[in-house]
Design a binder for this molecule. Structure first.
Ligand SMILES: [Zn+2]
Length: 102
């Protein structure tokens, strides 16, 4: 499972995030992963978490394929600071700490 490959970007360095199998699957800033903390922060988000947010928006379970059809890109600053943008100009999902806009 790897629904969000190439869709997640680190908001700090603007690079595409890398999929890693650890902790059940997560995305990590590729700059941090390749060059270390002097180049970017350890920005990570779990795949399951992203998936749960998208499924909550649509109020149903979506397959990986369906997810890739609706999502344009995701900006991740931290696992509780992220923005999910959709292809059809639908309102984005904005997560800012305890505040979330669906
Ligand atoms: Zn980064």
């Amino acid at each position: 499972m790897n629904s969000f490959s190439k869709l997640c970007k680190c908001k700090k360095c603007n690079k595409t995030m890398k999929f890693k199998k650890e902790s059940g699957g997560l995305y990590c800033c590729s700059t941090y992963d390749n060059y270390g903390k002097s180049h970017c922060d350890r920005v990570i988000v779990k795949e399951e978490f992203l998936k749960s947010l998208v499924c909550r928006r649509f109020e149903k379970e979506l397959s990986d394929e369906e997810i890739r059809e609706v999502i344009d890109h995701i900006l991740v600053e931290d696992y509780l600071l992220l923005e999910i943008y959709f292809k059809n100009n639908e309102k984005p999902i904005l997560l800012q700490g305890k505040f979330i806009q669906f």
